[in-house]
Design a protein around this ligand. Structure first.
Ligand SMILES: [Mg+2]
Length: 430
C-alpha cells in the first residue's frame, strides 16, 4: 500500500503575448499558462502524477486555488484505492457536496477536478509502464464503462449502449494500435492563422504548412470582414485548392452575424467554422449550422461538461466535435464525450495548442481510434508548434501527422527546469 503524501501546485506562465502567438479575435494577448500539480506518494518507485489546467494568464492563480481546494480528497489517501477505481474516484471529486455549489460541473472547480483526475491517470499509466493511450486502449469494455458517470446522459446514451460501442471496437484493436505506430494520426496546423500576424508572415507560414505535409490549416477570423477576405484569399492562393482551410471565430459573433459573415467567406471553400458564438448557446449553434450549411460548425474547446456535449449533439448544433484535455473533468469525462460522438456519428477533432494540450489530447484521439469509433476518417488533431520543448515527452509531429508517444504516462509532465524557470512570482502579478 502507498499513500499520497503531498500535493504541490505551481502557477506557471509563459510570456507568449510578446510574440502575438495565439492571438485571435477574442484573445489578443494570451500568456500561455498552466495551473500545475504534482501528486507525490510514499511509494518506493518514486513515481509522481502530473496534471494541469491550461489558462491564458491572469486568473491562473485562481485556477491553482481551485486545485488546492481538492487536497482534502487526496492527502493521506490510499493510492491503490484511488487508482484502482477511477470511476468511483471521479464521482467522489465531482460530487463533493460543498464544492459542487461552485459549478455544478463547470468552470474553475470542474477544470481543477480535471487536472487532478488527469494527474491520477498519469500516475496510473506510469505505474503500468504504458503511455495513457495504450493503458486505456487495452482496458476491457466493462472496465471502460465503469469509468463513466451516466447521470444526466441516459436519454442520449445508456451504459448498455456504451458497452455495445466498446465491444464493437474490440475486434481489430491490436491492428489499429499497430496502424498508429506505423502511420500516425492526421494533424492540422493553426500556426499560420493567428490574427496578429501580418500578410507576409501568413503567406510564409501557409507555404511552410504545405511543405510540412499538412492537409489542413486553420485561420482565425471575426475581427474585420475585409481583413478576413484578404487573408483567406492569400491563404487559398498560397496553399492551392487541395488543402483544407478551416476558420475559427473564437466566439466573436451573434447568431445572425455569424451566418452573414460566413456566407461571405464561403467562396474560399471553408472546411469548418469553429466557435462562431457563445459556447453555451445550443440553439444559436443549431441555427448557425442550418444557416451556413454545407460548412460544418465545429465547437467544444470551451464546452463546460458532458451535458452540454449531449445537448449540442441532440440539437444537430455541431458537425465537428472538439474535445479539450483540460476543460472538462479529465480523462473520464472525455471518454463519455467520445462515446456520445460515436453514438451520434460525429467525428472528433480535438482542440490543442496552448501549452501541453497537444501532448495530452493526442492520447484521447488514439483511444477513440483504437477502442471507440475505430476510425481515423475525417478526424484530425490540432497542432500548434509552441512550447513543446518544456515537456518530458514533446509531441512528435511530422509529415502532417502525430506519431504516438511510448513513454509511460499521460504526456503532461513538464520538465522540472521549465517549471521553476516559468513559475510566476506573485510580486509580478497584475
Ligand atoms: Mg479554437
Amino acid at each position: 500500500m502507498s499513500t499520497i503524501t503531498a500535493i504541490e501546485t505551481t502557477d506557471i506562465r509563459f510570456p507568449t503575448s510578446t510574440m502575438l502567438d495565439g492571438s485571435d479575435a477574442m484573445n489578443p494577448d494570451p500568456d500561455y499558462s498552466a495551473a500545475y500539480l504534482r501528486i507525490i506518494t510514499d511509494a518506493a518507485d518514486g513515481l509522481e502524477g502530473h496534471g494541469f489546467v491550461f489558462t491564458i494568464g491572469r486568473g491562473n492563480d485562481v485556477q491553482v486555488a481551485g486545485i488546492r481546494a481538492l487536497e482534502g480528497h487526496l492527502l493521506g489517501r490510499d493510492v491503490e484505492e484511488l487508482l484502482g477505481s477511477m470511476g468511483a474516484t471521479w464521482r467522489e471529486l465531482v460530487y463533493d457536496s460543498q464544492l459542487r455549489w461552485l459549478g455544478p460541473e463547470k468552470g474553475v472547480m470542474h477544470m481543477a477536478i480535471g487536472a487532478v483526475v488527469n494527474a491520477l491517470w498519469d500516475l496510473k499509466a506510469k505505474r503500468a509502464g504504458l503511455p495513457l493511450w495504450q493503458l486505456l486502449g487495452r482496458m476491457s469494455p466493462e472496465e471502460l464503462v465503469e469509468l463513466v458517470d451516466f447521470r444526466y446522459l441516459t436519454d442520449a446514451i445508456t451504459p448498455a449502449e456504451a458497452l455495445d460501442i466498446f465491444r464493437a471496437a474490440v475486434p481489430g484493436r491490436a491492428e489499429r494500435e499497430q496502424a498508429l505506430l506505423d502511420s500516425g494520426y492526421p494533424a492540422y496546423t493553426t500556426s499560420p492563422g493567428w490574427l496578429g500576424y501580418d500578410d507576409e508572415k501568413l503567406a510564409r507560414l501557409c507555404r511552410e504548412a504545405v511543405d510540412d505535409g499538412f492537409a489542413q490549416i486553420k485561420l482565425k477570423v471575426g475581427g474585420d470582414i475585409d481583413d478576413d477576405i484578404r487573408r483567406l484569399r492569400i491563404a487559398r492562393e498560397t496553399v492551392g485548392p487541395d488543402i483544407r482551410i478551416a476558420t475559427d471565430a473564437n466566439q466573436r459573433w451573434d447568431v445572425q452575424q455569424a451566418i452573414d459573415w460566413m456566407r461571405r467567406l464561403q467562396p474560399f471553400d471553408i472546411a469548418w467554422i469553429e466557435e462562431p458564438t457563445s459556447p453555451d448557446d445550443v440553439l444559436g449553434h443549431a441555427a448557425i449550422a442550418r444557416g451556413v450549411a454545407p460548412i460544418p460548425v465545429a465547437t467544444g474547446e470551451h464546452m463546460a461538461n458532458r451535458v452540454m456535449f449531449k445537448q449540442f449533439l441532440q440539437a444537430d448544433a455541431l458537425g465537428i466535435l472538439q474535445i479539450d484535455a483540460t476543460r472538462v473533468a479529465g480523462v473520464n469525462e472525455n471518454i463519455v464525450i467520445l462515446l456520445l460522438a460515436a453514438k451520434f456519428g460525429v467525428p472528433v477533432c480535438p482542440h490543442a495548442g496552448g501549452v501541453g494540450l497537444c501532448e495530452l489530447v493526442q492520447h484521447l484521439s488514439y483511444v477513440d481510434f483504437v477502442a471507440v469509433s475505430g476510425s481515423r476518417e475525417g478526424r484530425m488533431i490540432e497542432f500548434v508548434d509552441h512550447l513543446h520543448e518544456h515537456f518530458l515527452a514533446p509531441v512528435d509531429v511530422y509529415d502532417g501527422r502525430y506519431w504516438p508517444p511510448l513513454l509511460p504516462g499521460s504526456g503532461g509532465e513538464m520538465r522540472a527546469s521549465s517549471r521553476s524557470e516559468f513559475e510566476f512570482e506573485s510580486a509580478e502579478r497584475v
